[in-house]
Ligand binder design. Structure first.
Ligand SMILES: [Zn+2]
Ligand SMILES: [Zn+2]
Length: 141
């Protein structure tokens, strides 16, 4: 609940409106830890808020808004559906195309890249939650 309130506080501080539907989606993101799909969020809402019926499109729009205000990342991790992740613990992934193994990367891995993109191009890169595909050490042998 603390996390939910702190996120909502941040949004309000930016002058954005938090409607009931937005609040419910943020709550779902807080309670469903890790990577979540629209389907996961929908199932959560159906379970916790039986009177609310948010369509996939509505949930998708709210997630796009959360992405815009830099609270959520949307990533293709090679699964059927895009996954969404709260940006409370920035991290990235190495994903093996052969075995499907996933290795977590610290956000600091990209500090140098961010710095260079800024120096060379004046570009402020937003690397929120990156999936890098390839082959793991084990499969490459
Ligand atoms: Zn992740
Ligand atoms: Zn592998």
């Amino acid at each position: 609940m603390d996390q939910l309130n702190s996120i909502i506080g941040k949004i309000k501080a930016n002058g954005e409106r938090v409607t009931l539907q937005r609040r419910i989606v943020i709550e779902a993101m807080c309670n469903l830890t890790g990577h979540v799909t629209i389907q996961n969020i929908r199932t959560y809402i159906q379970h916790e808020y039986k009177e609310q019926d948010l369509s996939d499109t509505t949930i998708y729009r709210i997630l796009q808004w959360l992405k815009q205000v830099q609270l959520v990342a949307e990533t293709d991790i090679g699964a059927d559906a895009a996954v969404y992740q709260l940006l409370t613990h920035p991290h990235h992934h190495l994903i093996c195309l052969s075995c499907g193994g996933v290795t977590e990367l610290e956000d600091a891995q990209f500090d140098l890249l961010r710095q260079e993109l800024n120096n060379k191009y004046g570009f402020k890169a937003r690397i929120d939650h990156l999936a890098i595909f390839g082959q793991c050490r084990h499969c490459a042998e």
